[in-house]
Write a protein that binds this ligand. Structure first.
Ligand SMILES: Cc1cc2nc3c(=O)[nH]c(=O)nc-3n(C[C@H](O)[C@H](O)[C@H](O)COP(=O)(O)OP(=O)(O)OC[C@H]3O[C@@H](n4cnc5c(N)ncnc54)[C@H](O)[C@@H]3O)c2cc1C
Length: 469
């Protein structure tokens, strides 16, 4: 979020200093995370990317523009809605799309246009799509970071961990940390990731700050059924990810608010997961691309050396591409996966003390019930035979994983008793401090948070810049 905010602020004429703790790509994480009360939480161990670009050195680059209902109250769960104007978000999505260099087909998703191909519908579910940043554009340290380093009004200082914020009379007056003492600014935007934001704000807001660390949550990906493909052409046509030009789109079936209410569940969506066999040359190609994203070596030309192994796949790849579909080989396993919004319950929270972040996290019975009800409802409503699919088996034991979406902990609310930051993302007690990132989310929406957190970061910069000359 820091790089998106810095890009926006610089484009509006501000002088910006970016302080990044990591000295190089994927530097060791600066906080110790105590996960004894977060059994199996992958986000605590695999999602922490220090270094310019943060976790975008690791992420999938899947962009999911939210729609207004993702911010709405859910009275059936006793949950308030966001204290945030969806129109601000919609406007700012456009700015993030510019900053990320999205193509026009991808930008068309912003604002939540619902695509229902002719002759198809799944009662209770809306077919919505996510889109993906291309491999070469995913690591924002390499794209936005590089551009910021070249910008005259911007200084990018890596290897500068901020240990604490020096706050006097409700104002940040300086920073504590190696190389940070001399740095002073009119305004500070804290964008240290969910754990980093909580770690740094815990000390700042301690007197008023009962809410720092509360409301921590993620989404869950719950694999509930295995499918059998009876007609690959129909599967490719109706369900496989599609290309428009070079932009990839993935289909997701999002439960409508009415269905959520009648099932008594939070945000849920159904999507297909494909699993390639371990021997697949496509897997090797993807690993090479992932290594390039992480700065771990590999060049696009090396893909050429994988070609002989891919010969058998090439016909399928080319055939799928001609039909504007992403290739899914016939050996791939196809699964139904339910994405479940975790609720910010008491059984999840973050607490920070002396450089250690204590994490409490759990998969709750309600999460699994939501996945079960959604599976039943989706399989009942969706025309599987049109898509060339048949249920092979409902899994006795669901495969449940967090999705590396660390959200909450410094929630927004206009009421200082309920939130750490205002709807403009200003700290309630510290006037020249804004907090960016998914840590400000009061609830998690249906899926991927980063496009939305980026839009909110842009809106926060705009709101600050609108008030200064
Ligand atoms: C494997 C994986 C896949 C993912 N896939 C997706 C996806 O497809 N779509 C999606 O929307 N999201 C995805 N995410 C989540 C996404 O990566 C995060 O939501 C997003 O990157 C968070 O951005 P951030 O800037 O808030 O935090 P971070 O990316 O964590 O960045 C925080 C930065 O602050 C620096 N920092 C921390 N503390 C300090 C300090 N004290 N002083 C100075 N600097 C500090 C860190 O080094 C880091 O560079 C994925 C994550 C992972 C790990």
């Amino acid at each position: 979020m820091g790089l998106i905010a810095a890009t926006r602020a610089a484009s509006l004429g501000a002088s910006v200093i970016v302080l990044e703790a990591g000295a190089g790509p994927l530097s060791p994480y600066a906080y110790e995370v105590d996960t004894r009360e977060a059994p199996g939480y992958r986000g605590a161990t695999e999602a922490l990317g220090f270094g310019l670009g943060g976790s975008t050195q690791l992420w999938g680059g899947q962009l999911w523009p939210w729609i207004a209902s993702e911010l709405s109250p859910r009275p059936w769960l006793g949950m308030a809605g966001w204290d945030y104007d969806f129109d601000d978000l919609r406007r700012s999505y456009g700015h993030v799309a510019d900053i990320l260099g999205l193509r026009s087909a991808q930008r068309a998703l912003v604002g939540g246009s619902v695509e229902t191909p002719r002759g198809t519908s799944t009662p209770g579910f809306e077919l919505r799509e996510s889109t993906w940043l291309g491999w070469r554009h995913r690591n924002l340290g390499k794209t936005l970071g590089r551009d910021l380093r070249r910008a005259e009004a911007v200084k990018v200082l890596t290897g500068h961990p901020v240990q604490s914020l020096k706050v006097e009379n409700g104002t940040v007056v300086g920073l504590v940390g190696a190389g940070c003492h001399e740095i002073a600014a009119d305004h500070y935007f804290l964008a240290a990731g969910t754990l980093g934001n909580v770690a740094l704000l815990n000390a700042v807001a301690r007197s008023e700050g009962a809410t720092v660390g509360a409301g921590f949550m993620d989404h869950l990906s719950v694999r509930t059924a295995e499918l059998e493909v009876l007609d690959w052409d129909a599967y490719q046509e109706y369900e496989a990810p599609r290309y428009e030009g070079n932009s990839l789109f993935t289909k997701r079936y999002a439960a409508s608010s009415d269905l959520q209410q009648s099932l008594g569940v939070p945000g849920v969506l159904a999507q297909w997961e494909t699993e390639l066999p371990a021997t697949s040359p496509l897997l090797r190609a993807r690993e090479l691309l992932r290594s390039m994203q992480r700065g771990g070596g590999g060049r696009p030309e090396q893909l050429g050396s994988l070609l002989p192994g891919l010969t058998a796949e090439l016909r399928g790849l080319v055939g799928a591409r001609l039909r504007h579909r992403r290739y899914v080989p016939e050996e791939a396993g196809i699964y139904l996966s339910i994405n479940v919004e975790q609720l910010p319950t008491q059984s999840k929270r973050l607490a920070a003390e002396g450089g250690v972040v204590n994490m409490k996290w759990a998969v709750e019975r309600a999460d699994l019930n939501a996945a079960r009800r959604t599976t039943e409802s989706f399989l009942d409503a969706h025309d599987l035979s049109r898509s060339g699919l048949r249920v092979k088996r409902i899994l006795d034991e669901y495969v449940v994983q967090d999705t590396y979406h660390l959200m909450g902990g410094t929630r927004l609310s206009s009421d200082p008793a309920r939130g750490v930051v205002t709807p403009n993302l200003r700290h309630h007690q510290v006037s020249n401090l804004s907090v960016l990132g998914a840590s400000v989310f009061p609830t998690g929406g249906l899926a991927n948070p980063t496009f939305t957190a980026g839009a909110m970061a842009v809106a926060a910069v705009d709101s600050y810049m609108g008030g200064v000359s």
